[in-house]
Write a protein of this length. Structure first.
Lengths: 224, 798
């Protein structure tokens, strides 16, 4: 079937099989591989894109259903290399580790701020319940969304870079945030009373000074 | 130790990750993002039975389907390939290691085992054709429970494994432990279950295999935590070809948590398929496949006895565990259930008598192998639950019982006497103190009592854990010791190019841990070059030195130390060259902050960039010196590292519904020196989330026919954002003495502590009802039943 769709501001016309999922159209046909597939039951949200400004799981929409729409994917969020406040928030707050859920998270979180520019942590956690992350425990994702809420002007243009302006989303590329938790300095345990034959220094452990480091493991290894 | 905490140094700074710009803009390069010219797609016909004989396979209709290129069966591949290897036949596993083949031959032994591979021109067509492959099965008896599988009369999965036993393994001293328990003033016995989990990285597994018929060389792109090891295992054991005939490439990896350490059947089957069809073949796992066939974690049935004195000193611990290993031995499964589990059950305590027995068991379930923590969460769960039950029986404060049994700071290195390497360093009480203070523990008993009067059930749980990280000295873990049939060293190459820019290649294989950032911070400090001038490369067996990969929280302690040592070699050579350039004696050269200067004449100096240029152009080198600053290190650690800490959780249980809500989670961890606090905290957050998930939500469930009832994300409950609390973190810092940076490892700490912490909190909330133990996960139904059973069904809880 013929479809005409605008993706990240660019118009496309394609003849696609009726059963082709939107996510596969984006990934395979348009090579927009930032939108991911993480499950087969619409639970994970790695595939979230915006269709006409609304966040949608692109694994549950057929490409033909997107005919005539404006689609924004993660590749269309930054404008002229300028990250959106949400992208910046994920970077600043370490809101990602493996990064696989991140595009969908950014798209869903951006949609949240469009509707609710200053959400509470509770509202953020509930708004993102359709997006699974296995790495972060969500702690820094919540902080990333709060960062975006505080740095995105009037909460607009947090994701639909292709169809809206980027507003006053600010850039702080060189900002180095303080760690939320500062490592506490603890006095190192005194080693004065360690028995001399025990390895206590790197040199000891590396064998310059220690039968103990060399031999003990082997003895123990054979112990079971 | 040359890594100083001087101002301006990169190590210790919470800088944001350099990996992120590509990942927040959709420019990451994960396995399924890769397209090769002429690439075909594979899908796999999988067994719907837990145990069955394959009577016949008819692929005619599938082969005739438009777009289908080939249908391959196990019998086809068995002519060319061996079964997959088990690389860690730990604990004296006798000659009954049974491993899977690329595709099953004759018998399938768990739901999801691969039976045939369809190769097609299109992903959709490959999946269409699965239904056209007709497999005639003769169902056989099924056993899914590990204890039941060892009983007489049960179906036998493998002829060479009577009673389905993989291995019977012990550590510690049996008789003294029996005696200690017999003579003890107080003994607590309990059966505890550590339920099976499904690792669930957000990116499922996937492989692209290519075969070059002109050279006989294979290339395989893989979502993997250790491409070098995969090349070794696939070439030497499965294909029987030299390792220089295969290149393994891991692109961006979307999470692993242990599940991507292993060699998997689909690596082998796609390699075969690529050769047969003469085109590259991509296979990407569906989530349902991932739930069923990517290796699971945990699944222990444990009977424990803890014995001690009335004043709270532990005198004995005896543990027997049935470890369900699934239908076959996965790559390192026997070692996880033995060395990494049994030898850690003493935890942070001085226990004079310990005896551990583990029966590894085959069942008609998916394979079980390392999953975040790998043996150590199971060990922490045993000892930390045991300690709380012991305290409960004594009527003592569990924090106080912990204090009375802690290994003391002056006792390190400490040998627990059960065959683990000596704990390197530790100071357990300050971490406990800090966590209790943060939690307001001193006032909690009052709060709990007051809440009970209002009908509210509050519980606070503690876990003081220790883990073994930085695996491992090769001569300990290798054949002579723990049965790992190889080394566990790590490698790094550091080059300083003509322009002064630095390229680090490492055998470590990050999949979310931010090595590109942390390792660059380390090199920047050690070599005295700008952080921006250092890049870190990994993941391709062509161009990086052999490494054992990233797991077991080993990258900083082992991989990082290899980098540190390569930089040291670079500095040594730079000093020699600087002496020549400055016409000074080598012993008078001081190399600091990227600059070599002559002692006493600081104006006479050369920067590392000057020296690198001279080393490259090479027209004026000292006699005998080779050009270039280029050094490689293969670092075999002298000991493992032992991070520790104390976590505390506050839960509230709704007595009417049984729903458990985690209200606060406090974690004080000591991971040694910290390279990047932002990254370390992130690792702890994620680890805690996975441990809490086990306690509260997740369980892989098989029915008696071997059907996986939690086979998708609709029914396997990985937590969403609204199901987890905010985490309150702090640290103590006890450097490891076994490596020059003092690092210990942080990737698994959260998971190791969190399940036991939450479990202790839930039982703490219920213990006034006479409840000593409750098995995870604490679903509302399970907790509600426990409350009501103890109350004669009247619902009153206070």
């Amino acid at each position: 079937m013929e479809i005409a769709v605008t993706v990240n501001g660019k118009a496309y016309h394609h003849d696609v099989p009726p059963r082709l999922l939107l996510v596969h159209y984006l990934r395979e046909q348009l090579n927009l591989t930032g939108t991911h597939v993480g499950c087969d039951t619409s639970q994970c949200g790695a595939c979230v894109v915006h269709v006409n400004g609304v966040s949608v799981k692109s694994c549950t929409l057929l490409a033909v259903q997107a005919n005539g729409t404006q689609v924004t994917t993660i590749e269309g969020v930054a404008i002229d290399g300028q990250y959106s406040a949400m992208q910046q928030g994920f970077w600043e707050m370490h809101g990602l580790q493996c990064g696989f859920c991140t595009p969908g998270m950014i798209m869903s979180a951006s949609a949240l701020l469009q509707n609710n520019p200053h959400p509470t942590d509770y509202e953020i956690r509930h708004a993102l319940e359709g997006n699974l992350c296995r790495c972060t425990g969500y702690e820094n994702i919540v902080k990333a969304v709060q960062y975006a809420a505080q740095n995105s002007g009037h909460g607009q243009s947090l994701g639909d870079g292709g169809s809206q302006t980027n507003g006053s989303a600010t850039m702080h590329e060189e900002t180095k945030p303080e760690s939320p938790e500062t490592p506490a300095e603890l006095e190192h345990p005194r080693r004065d009373d360690a028995t001399p034959e025990k390895p206590t220094t790197v040199a000891d452990w590396e064998g310059e000074n220690a039968g103990a480091a060399d031999d003990a493991p082997m003895q123990q290894g054979g112990k079971s | 130790m040359t890594t100083a905490e001087a101002p301006g140094k990169m190590v210790g700074k919470a800088i944001k990750r350099r990996e992120d710009p590509r990942l927040i803009t959709g420019q990451g390069n994960y396995l399924d993002d890769i397209k090769l010219p002429g690439m075909l797609y594979a899908a796999i016909v999988r067994s719907p039975y837990g145990h069955a004989r394959i009577k016949s396979i008819n692929a005619d209709a599938a082969k005739a389907h438009p777009g289908v290129v080939a249908v391959i069966t196990g019998a086809d591949i068995a002519k060319e390939q061996n079964p997959l290897p088990c690389a860690w036949a730990a604990g004296g596993v006798p000659n009954n290691v049974n491993t899977p083949r690329a595709l099953a031959v004759d018998v399938v032994r768990y739901v999801g085992e691969g039976v045939a591979l369809v190769v097609a021109e299109d992903r959709y067509v490959a999946h269409d054709a699965l239904d056209l492959v007709e497999v005639d099965y003769e169902p056989l008896d099924v056993v899914v429970d590990a204890e039941a599988a060892t009983k007489a009369g049960k179906v036998q999965l493998h002829e060479n494994a009577p009673n389905n036993i993989v291995m019977h393994w012990t550590c510690g001293d049996e008789q003294p432990t029996a005696q200690a328990i017999e003579q003890a003033e107080v003994v607590v016995k309990q059966r505890i279950l550590n339920q099976r989990l499904i690792p669930t990285p957000m990116e499922t597994r996937g492989y692209i295999s290519r075969y070059d018929s002109a050279t006989g060389e294979y290339t395989i792109w893989m979502s993997s935590q250790g491409p070098h090891v995969m090349r070794l295992l696939l070439t030497a054991f499965v294909l029987g070809i030299p390792e220089n005939k295969m290149r393994c490439i891991a692109p961006d990896v979307g999470g692993g948590f242990g599940a991507k350490i292993f060699v998997y059947p689909e690596m082998a089957s796609t390699l075969y398929a690529a050769k047969i069809v003469g085109q590259p073949v991509k296979w990407v796992e569906t989530r349902r496949e991932s739930c069923a066939v990517t290796s699971h974690g945990r699944d222990h049935i444990t009977d424990l006895e803890i014995a001690g004195t009335k004043d709270g000193k532990i005198t004995g611990l005896r543990v027997h565990t049935y470890a369900n290993l699934g239908a076959y031995c996965s790559t390192i499964a026997p070692g996880v259930a033995t060395t990494l589990y049994g030898r850690m059950v003493a935890g942070v305590y001085k226990i004079p008598n310990v005896f551990v027995e583990v029966d590894g068991v085959y069942t008609n379930t998916g394979m079980v192998d390392a999953y975040r923590g790998a043996g150590r969460p199971e060990a922490a769960y045993v000892i930390e639950r045991a300690l709380d039950m012991f305290a409960q029986k004594l009527g003592m404060d569990p924090a106080e019982v912990r204090r009375r049994n802690f290994i003391q700071p002056h006792e390190f290195p400490y040998d627990t006497g059960i065959g683990m390497l000596p704990y390197d360093s530790g100071n357990y009480e300050p971490a406990l103190d800090k966590a209790l203070k943060m939690a307001g523990y001193a006032n909690f008993a009052q709060e709990q009592a007051a809440a009970r009067k209002q009908g509210r059930l509050l519980g606070m749980g503690i876990c003081s854990y220790v883990e073994v990280c930085g695996v491992a000295p090769s001569k300990w873990i290798g054949l002579a010791g723990q049965g790992w049939g190889a080394g566990l060293w790590e490698s790094a190459n550091v080059k300083v190019h003509l322009t002064g820019k630095v390229v680090v290649t490492t055998g470590s294989m990050p999949h979310g841990q931010g090595h590109e950032t942390s390792f660059a911070q380390l090199v920047s400090d050690e070599l005295g070059v700008p952080y921006e001038d250092v890049i870190v490369e990994y993941g391709d067996t062509q161009g990086t030195p052999f490494g054992y990969g990233t797991y077991g929280s080993r990258s900083a302690a082992v991989g990082g130390t290899a980098i540190f040592k390569s930089v040291s070699k670079i500095k040594e050579k730079a000093r020699k060259l600087a002496a020549h350039m400055l016409e000074a004696a080598e012993e008078d050269i001081i190399f600091e902050n990227g600059k070599a200067s002559v002692r006493g004449t600081p104006d006479s100096s050369k920067t590392i960039q000057d020296i690198a240029l001279q080393a490259h152009v090479a027209y004026d080198l000292p006699p005998g010196m080779e050009p270039y600053l280029d050094e490689t290190t293969y670092y075999d650690p002298p000991n493992c590292t032992f991070p520790f800490g104390t976590h505390v959780c506050l839960v509230e249980i709704d007595a009417d519904t049984g729903k458990v809500t985690p209200l606060r989670y406090i974690a004080v961890d000591d991971v040694g020196k910290v390279i990047n606090p932002l990254i370390v905290d992130g690792q702890l957050h994620g680890g805690i989330a996975q441990g809490m998930a086990q306690a509260l939500y997740e369980a892989a469930v098989y029915d008696d026919d071997g059907q996986l009832l939690t086979g998708s994300l609709m029914d396997y409950a990985i937590p969403r954002a609204d199901m987890l609390p905010h985490y309150e973190l702090d640290r103590t810092e006890t450097p490891s003495p076994v490596n020059p940076m003092g690092v210990k490892g942080a990737g698994e700490a959260g998971t190791i502590a969190a399940a036991a912490t939450v479990s202790n909190a839930v039982v703490n909330a219920l213990q006034h009802l006479g409840i000593q133990h409750l098995d995870m996960p604490y679903t509302a139904e399970k907790v509600w039943r426990a409350i009501h059973e103890r109350n004669g069904g009247n619902g009153h809880v206070s």
